[in-house]
Design a protein around this ligand. Structure first.
Ligand SMILES: C[S@@+](CC[C@H](N)C(=O)[O-])C[C@H]1O[C@@H](n2cnc3c(N)ncnc32)[C@H](O)[C@@H]1O
Length: 388
């Protein structure tokens, strides 16, 4: 018998004797023949689709163990780079609060892909999606069946200010009957927008009024399929952490700004750099309309990161790159002399890699706030404050 001590990055339990076991929680016991004997932090998974469904990998952990996993994920990534930092208690989004998710549909099935495969798990219940979004799953299944969807399509769901926003990629129904069925579906289910994209770009087939998302109290036009923090709760946690990290700054550079989640929430003059044109134009128009001091620039930050001279014009910098991190931008940040840096990351490993160079150049990680907005998944997000 060996006790399970922690859960590794991929979700398997790690026993004191070094063995790994699937679906094991800290406090469980691993028998000599590899059986898991549940302990005090092992809960009954609430969803019938666990563990087949790839939407959740950790439903067997209670909140104490899931929170510890989020912290440990960050600590292990730092440790792998020879770093350590004060890590705050994790902020977990409650069940049923995911406002953005991508499902897959094919031949009468709709749901997340099965864990480790492309097979679709036909979703009959879900404990992570917002009820408003889950309520669309059965009607969408029926709609796709009616319209004869056979090949695989992706269904991107988001909750906009006006209601559910649906984007189907890989499929575009044609003909009058299909158009009528789609309109009836949208009217019946209060859909804010229904777009399709069969490879030529998103085309709205239903959008009775312009679709927006409120960020920092400002309604921003929401491009179909655009990036949004996964839960409102997670967004609030990240915004609060970023505001604290750059507190007192009157000029801020927001890098990888997206639609302006941070730029529109900071009490400062904000330069916002973003690579997606549609997001950038939406942010520009929204800021102009409300007279917010946000100055967006379309810029590919992988090809053309801000230079040290450019960075030094600001009191503080916020960056929130994609999963790959921001190696070159971090190198310039390491050498700059702004007052503080808020680094928001959806990948503790690339964050720790980027942080290492910054720490070697004299920066210190003041604190790290883990945010578990992908509840019961192995994806952990964080916001960190760097100071000299
Ligand atoms: C994790 S999202 C963060 C968005 C925003 N900060 C937010 O919280 O809503 C990363 C953003 O980086 C943008 N991006 C990806 N590659 C980029 C690049 N090479 N240059 C600039 N922006 C890029 C994406 O379009 C996306 O908006």
């Amino acid at each position: 018998m060996s006790p399970i001590l922690r859960v590794a990055a991929r979700g398997d339990g790690v026993a004191a004797d070094g063995r790994h076991a699937a679906f094991a929680a800290p406090g469980d016991q691993l028998t000599d023949d590899g059986q898991v004997v549940p302990g005090p932090h092992h809960q009954d998974a609430p969803c019938r689709h666990f563990p087949e469904c790839g939407g959740c990998q950790l439903q067997h952990l209670d909140d104490t163990a899931f929170s510890a996993f989020c912290i440990d994920r960050v600590a292990s990534a730092l440790d792998a780079q020879g770093l350590s930092a004060p890590i705050r208690p994790a902020l977990l989004s409650p069940p049923r609060t995911r406002r953005r998710a991508t499902l897959h549909a094919e031949r009468g099935l709709i749901g997340f892909a099965a864990e480790g495969s492309h097979q679709i798990v036909d979703l009959r219940e879900c404990h992570v999606l917002l009820p408003e979004l889950f309520a669309l799953v059965a009607p969408l299944r029926a709609l796709f069946q009616k319209l004869g969807l056979k090949r695989r399509a992706d269904v991107h769901l988001a909750l906009a200010d006006q209601g559910p926003d649906v984007l189907v990629t890989g499929w575009a129904p044609t003909g009058l009957a299909a158009a009528e069925a789609l309109t009836a579906f949208c009217e019946r289910h209060g859909i804010a927008r229904f777009s399709v994209d069969d490879g030529l770009g998103a085309e709205a087939r239903w959008e009775p009024q312009p679709v927006t998302i409120a960020l920092g109290g400002v309604p921003v036009a929401l491009p179909a399929g655009a990036f949004l923090q996964a839960t409102q709760d997670g967004e609030d946690a990240l915004v609060t952490a970023v505001r604290e990290a750059v507190y007192g700054a009157t000029t801020v550079a927001d890098l990888f700004a997206g639609l302006g989640t941070f730029a529109l929430s900071l009490p400062a003059k904000v330069y916002a750099a973003e690579g997606a044109r549609d997001a950038l134009f939406a942010l520009k128009a929204a800021a102009n309309m409300r007279g917010r001091p946000v100055f967006p620039e379309h810029r590919d930050l992988y090809r053309r990161p801000l230079t040290v001279t450019e960075l030094d014009r600001f009191d503080a910098v916020v960056l929130d790159p994609p999963r790959a991190g921001a190696r070159d931008q971090a190198a310039a940040l390491a050498a700059c002399s702004v007052g503080s840096i808020a680094y928001v990351s959806c990948n503790p490993s690339s964050f720790a890699r980027d942080a290492k160079g910054m720490v070697q150049a004299g920066w210190r990680i003041d604190w790290i706030q883990p945010v578990g907005q992908f509840r019961w998944s192995t994806h952990v997000e964080l916001a960190a404050r760097f100071i000299r």
